[in-house]
Design a binder for this molecule. Structure first.
Ligand code: NAP
Length: 272
């Protein structure tokens, strides 16, 4: 990679994002003279214009741009197209390609933890993160059951990937190993909220929360009290960011350094 290279984050809001310090610490450790700047942008056309005009080599894409930016790219990787969202753009000499690293980030974290093949996962939520999760779990040989507040969205997601869905009231009767929360309930600053009654947690051996701020959400604290093994969203977040750096540079990033940076910012230990 030619130095110096510029990378960027586009989205709104972006003030709370831990991607800038995480990516910066990775570039320093890799010995790359590279910048990573966060831009508060809501308009997908503006993202594409800025990447081209400023010669930005690679970008992270977050809320609310993950879906809208897809149509403006020169190519979209097949996995990102199946998920229906792009969180990473690579600029190859002016040709913009879109990828989704949320799926690979989740897969890597689950493989480090409990594995995917042969396991059944209940996915709470039916938004972009849930789509990435269902796609990834099925690809990895797992089984996914989608449960969401808006039942029609659960059914539509399940239909597009050929998996099961259930009603929120049925959750205690679904036979599953692991629950994965993909809703934002419990995320800072609304840390008193939780997506599931604690009595229902005993039905799962493992509970993962995609939220990483706070590291121990109310859901995870209650799951631990119910005897479940728990996993925060920190590992997935680090791995999705590391996969971005691999796509941009072709180099393997220092994942442990990235995790340390995130944990320092969150002021705790992930315990994962
Ligand atoms: P999204 O597209 O907005 O989807 C959110 C989902 O949560 C929807 O299905 C929504 O249900 C449900 N929901 C929202 N408020 C709810 C409430 N009060 N009660 C019940 N359900 C509710 O968001 P997303 O992009 O999928 O992201 C979801 C979460 O995943 C965020 O917290 C994000 O930070 C996290 N995430 C983490 C990582 C990581 O690396 N750790 C990566 C990606 C995302 P309805 O369909 O009924 O509206």
């Amino acid at each position: 990679m030619n130095d110096p290279a510029s990378f960027a984050l586009f989205g709104d809001p972006i003030a709370q994002s831990l991607s800038p310090p995480m990516h910066h610490s990775a570039f320093v450790e890799m010995g790359l003279t590279a910048s990573y700047t966060a831009y508060r942008v809501k308009d997908a056309a503006e993202v594409v214009r800025q990447i081209r005009e400023s010669g930005i080599r690679g970008a992270s894409i977050t809320i609310p741009l993950k879906e809208t930016v897809m149509a403006l790219l020169d190519e979209v990787d097949a996995n990102a197209a199946a998920i229906g969202a792009v969180n990473t753009i690579v600029n190859r000499d002016g040709r913009l390609a879109g990828y989704n690293t949320d799926g690979p980030g989740l897969a890597r974290d689950l493989e480090d933890w409990i594995g995917i093949r042969g396991k059944t996962f209940v996915i709470l939520g039916a938004g972009g993160a849930a789509r990435a999760a269902v796609f990834t779990l099925i690809q990895g040989g797992g089984t996914a059951v989608v449960v969401n507040r808006t039942v029609e969205r659960a059914a539509a997601l399940a239909e597009s990937f050929g998996c099961r869905w259930g009603l929120p009231a049925e959750i205690g009767r679904l036979e599953a190993d692991c629950l994965i929360n993909t809703t934002p309930l419990g995320m800072f600053p609304d840390t008193d909220r939780t997506p599931l009654k604690d009595q229902l947690l005993v039905h799962f051996q493992q509970v993962m929360d995609m939220i990483y701020n706070p590291v121990r959400t109310r859901l995870l604290r209650e799951a631990e009290a119910a005897g479940c093994a728990v996993r925060s969203g920190v590992g997935m977040f680090v791995h999705q960011g590391a996969e971005q750096i691999r796509l941009w540079t072709g180099m393997e990033p220092p994942r442990e350094r990235m995790r340390q940076t995130v944990m320092e910012r969150l002021g705790g230990h992930s315990g994962d």
